[in-house]
Design a protein around this ligand. Structure first.
Ligand code: SAM
Ligand code: SF4
Length: 421
């Protein structure tokens, strides 16, 4: 049996696409292997959001050149955000790559498996892309140039897919989009994400629904109400703010002010009690002053997010920011600001997670690493516990006995220990 190997970096969208590619290959008779050297077919699913990610792909491609020399029959394919519309140029730069295909565009040699290719044995928690692309063109971001304009999948197509995934064992579904709030605007009748969630909430056997990533300028009252009112929709919102300075937000072309963002957070917290919030921050955007960086830090201290993803600004060729603004914050300063955000967030997350000490939480068990099972709460907290039996895919009550900024640990609650045996 031939072997395949998929190497994935980047966002959840790439992870979801890699899962689907894996099931296509399995349908074609391939078997997964952990190392590229053992594979007959290698796929690199790339991310180029930051230069460092693009460099990793380029290095990987150079390494594969040697491997292909020693194993000329090996097939190499590249997908993800590295693949722009200039495929001929990519082919010239990397002649040892057999196929380049854009994210979500299955090449003819894969199409005979039929779409959508779904994992045969999905994990209890799966990703389902509902809208591809992005129309926002934030000044720093390369995604719209690589992933193209927004294209939504229809509600019947997504519903059918979620039903099938649930039948195959999935219990939690995370709906994905670069800007998930835009879902449906390009479809006839213009359905929205709230309508999609309302329909999916009725699927028997599905325990939980999540969605990401939201855009502060687009998150609607209907969506907040649907999240609050639908029993399967989890209390977790991902809402990237990027900066606490209005001048920087304007230069980023984000389309909202700090005041509008703050009001949105207040409404979300009022309507969805106990909601967990995560955000993304870019530090060292061109001309970001100490004072403007401090405004970001102050906003984080004020809002107290459960999770913050922080990145140092990386100029991306082709974007407006790279064209119009000098990348004038030294790397050492960017790193210092990044560390400051991480240290601040560590304290905030320690405080938030510490409040769960001694409390019972419900988790969906997603897997086991070494000797501990792990799963997530509805609010997305990662929880570890020990049990000798197979707990995969079960909803379990765990009493928390240790907390850290990143995860929680606990013991199975007495009232579900029977099931845990
Ligand atoms: N659509 C989402 C939003 O509105 O923020 C996020 C998608 S974006 C691909 C993921 C994250 O990558 C962004 O939130 C941003 O923090 C980061 N990012 C994007 N472009 C970047 C750049 N040029 N330099 C540093 N970080 C960047
Ligand atoms: Fe990039 Fe902005 Fe689109 Fe997010 S909303 S993917 S940051 S352009």
């Amino acid at each position: 049996m031939p072997n395949y190997h998929i190497w994935t970096i980047g966002c959840q969208m790439n992870k979801a696409e890699s899962e689907r590619l894996a099931s296509c290959f399995e349908e074609l008779g391939y078997q997964a292997t952990d190392t590229a050297a053992e594979a007959d077919l290698i796929v690199l699913n790339s991310c180029v959001v930051r230069q460092s990610a693009e460099n990793r792909i380029i290095n990987k491609l150079h390494n594969l050149k040697q491997l292909k020399k020693s194993q000329p029959g090996m097939v190499i394919a590249v997908t993800g955000c590295l693949v722009n519309s200039e495929i001929d140029r990519l082919k010239k730069s990397f002649p040892h790559v057999d196929h380049f295909f854009k994210p979500g565009d299955y090449p003819p040699w894969l199409e005979k498996t039929g779409t959508p290719p779904l994992p045969h044995h999905p994990s209890p928690s799966v990703y389902v892309p509902v809208i591809q692309g992005c129309d926002n063109f934030c000044s720093y971001c390369i995604v719209p140039y690589r992933r193209g304009r927004e294209r939504s999948r229809t509600i019947p197509e997504i519903t059918c897919e979620v039903r099938e995934l649930v039948q195959r064992g999935a219990q939690e579904v995370t709906l994905l989009g670069q800007n998930v709030d835009s879902y449906g605007h390009d479809l006839p009748d213009r359905p929205d994400l709230a309508a999609l969630l309302t329909g999916l909430n009725n699927i028997n056997g599905l325990a939980r629904l999540r969605f990401l990533t939201n855009h502060p300028k687009d998150m609607s009252t209907r969506l907040i109400e649907a999240t609050a009112g639908l029993d399967k929709v989890c209390e977790q919102i991902s809402l990237p703010v990027q900066s606490g300075s209005n001048d920087i937000l304007e230069a980023m072309r984000r389309g909202y002010t700090v005041e509008q963002y703050r009001r949105l957070i207040t409404r979300i917290r009022q309507q969805i009690p106990g909601v967990a919030l995560s955000t993304d921050i870019i530090v060292g955007f061109p001309s970001e002053s100490d004072g403007q960086f401090q405004q970001t830090a102050d906003l984080l201290s004020e809002i107290k997010f459960d999770t913050v993803h922080v990145a140092a600004y990386s100029p991306r060729t082709g974007t407006m920011a790279a064209r119009e603004f000098e990348d004038n914050i030294p790397l050492t300063e960017k790193r210092e600001r990044l560390n400051k955000v991480e240290q601040l967030q560590e304290k905030i997350a320690a405080e938030i997670n510490g409040r769960l000490l001694g409390k019972p939480v419900e988790i969906l068990v997603e897997g086991k690493t070494t000797d501990k099972w792990h799963g997530r709460t509805r609010t997305g907290k990662l929880v570890f516990f020990s049990n000798e039996n197979n707990c995969l895919g079960r909803l379990m009550k765990i009493r928390i006995d240790r907390t850290s900024p990143w995860s929680l640990q606990g013991e199975i609650e007495a009232n579900n220990s029977e099931e845990g045996k």
